[in-house]
Design a protein around this ligand. Structure first.
Ligand SMILES: O=C(O)c1cccc(C(=O)CC[C@H]2O[C@@H](n3cnc4c(=O)[nH]cnc43)[C@H](O)[C@@H]2O)c1
Length: 219
């Protein structure tokens, strides 16, 4: 539990309806949770999250959905819990490589998560027998789609577990409102050459359902 003294309100933001439905099935009937579809990409996710936070005082925001996993770091069907939310394409390309906004001196592409809570979520999922790992989850506006880009991203972000398209937007909105944030993803595909027919969306949505059921017990 977050704080057993008072009833907590938790906002879960997914990108599409299929993810919302999987999360809601896992959470069951629990009035503490509101599950919203925020749209695809960081801008829609940020705007949707900010709108929800302006209406209701939430105690925690969770970005949830499916994702691509880095080969050798996580498996399709497994769960990634963010230790940090990183916008991997916010910066400048230079002849010497990518330069993040942090290096440029224009703010930060990294948003911290509620670290202790993220650890508790990971432990509870392990205890429930679910395949889970914790590490940075990247946000990109463009899904990685070639072996070359995947390798370059893996080299530049050696700790990263997964990539998706909304976490940073949700996290920036939550951070601006002073609300702690988590990102929890389930891996539908390996990051690499685009082949949508190889995406295991059904498996990832089932993992999202199971993970959400554990989430309900932890929060
Ligand atoms: O086609 C369907 O049935 C379906 C059901 C649920 C979700 C989808 C999506 O396409 C969700 C898009 C969402 O997924 C994230 N995602 C998944 N894999 C990756 C990836 O390799 N790189 C980046 N993002 C990924 C992303 O957050 C999208 O918003 C379809």
């Amino acid at each position: 539990m977050l704080d057993e003294q008072k009833k907590q309100r938790i906002l879960v933001v997914t990108s599409v309806a299929a993810e919302r439905d999987a999360v809601m099935q896992g959470l069951g009937e629990d009035a503490r949770f509101t599950v919203a579809v925020g749209g695809v990409g960081p801008a829609s996710a940020a705007a949707s999250t900010a709108r929800a936070l302006a209406k209701v005082q939430y105690d925690l925001v969770v970005c949830a959905g499916i994702c691509g996993g880095f080969v050798g770091r996580t498996e399709v069907g497994s769960i990634a819990v963010a230790s940090e939310i990183v916008c991997a394409d916010l910066g400048a390309e230079t002849p010497d490589g990518f330069c993040s906004v942090d290096e440029l001196g224009f703010g930060s592409a990294r948003v911290p998560v509620a670290g202790e809570l993220a650890e508790r979520v990971e432990r509870a999922m392990q205890k429930a027998g679910l395949p889970v790992g914790r590490g940075p989850i990247l946000t990109l506006s463009t899904v990685t789609g070639t072996a070359e880009t995947a390798q370059a991203l893996a080299d530049r972000m050696p700790e990263a577990l997964a990539e998706a398209m909304e976490g940073y937007g949700v996290a920036v909105a939550a951070h601006a409102a002073g609300v702690p944030v988590l990102e929890i993803r389930t891996v539908s595909n390996a990051i690499g050459p685009r082949d949508k027919s190889a995406w295991r969306i059904k498996d990832a949505l089932e993992a999202l359902r199971k993970g959400s059921s554990v989430l309900r017990e932890v929060l």
